[in-house]
Design a protein around this ligand. Structure first.
Ligand code: 5GP
Length: 115
């Protein structure tokens, strides 16, 4: 799938707006959510501006596997071995920024199913 138009997350990648970055490599960036929904709330994004999981092609599978590993790493590095990883794909289910991101949440109890 072709890449999406730039969003505010592209500006965070480019360091045009500030964010508290907790991890970075060639493919991925992880930074604290500006409105945390848990004591630990980090967003893990690909540097490529893919809009959402819905924009994935089979060739993107390795990238997404890497992003899941980054989710585990940032949680573990903050001392969390239990965490929730969430991705909203589509406005109807709550996506507001159309650059794919995994939410990594920890530090409190969570209900299931999510609302
Ligand atoms: P979504 O609703 O798309 O799944 O999640 C978007 C997330 O991005 C929200 O949790 C929101 O708080 C976060 N967010 C939106 N704008 C910014 C920003 O400029 N900086 C940071 N760090 N987080 C942002």
């Amino acid at each position: 799938m072709s890449d999406n138009a730039p969003t505010i997350f592209s500006r965070i990648i480019a360091r045009e707006i500030p964010a508290t970055i907790v991890y970075e490599d060639e493919q991925a960036l992880a930074f604290k959510d500006i409105h945390p929904a848990a004591p630990f709330h980090v967003l893990v994004i690909p540097k490529r501006p893919l809009a959402s999981i819905e924009a994935m092609s089979p060739e993107d599978a390795a990238l997404f596997g890497h992003l899941v590993w980054v989710c585990k790493k940032v949680a573990n590095d903050a001392g969390h071995s239990a965490y929730r990883v969430v991705a909203n794909a589509g406005a109807e289910v709550g996506q507001t920024v159309f650059h794919h991101h995994f939410h990594v949440l920890a530090g409190r109890s969570f209900k299931w199913p999510p609302g």
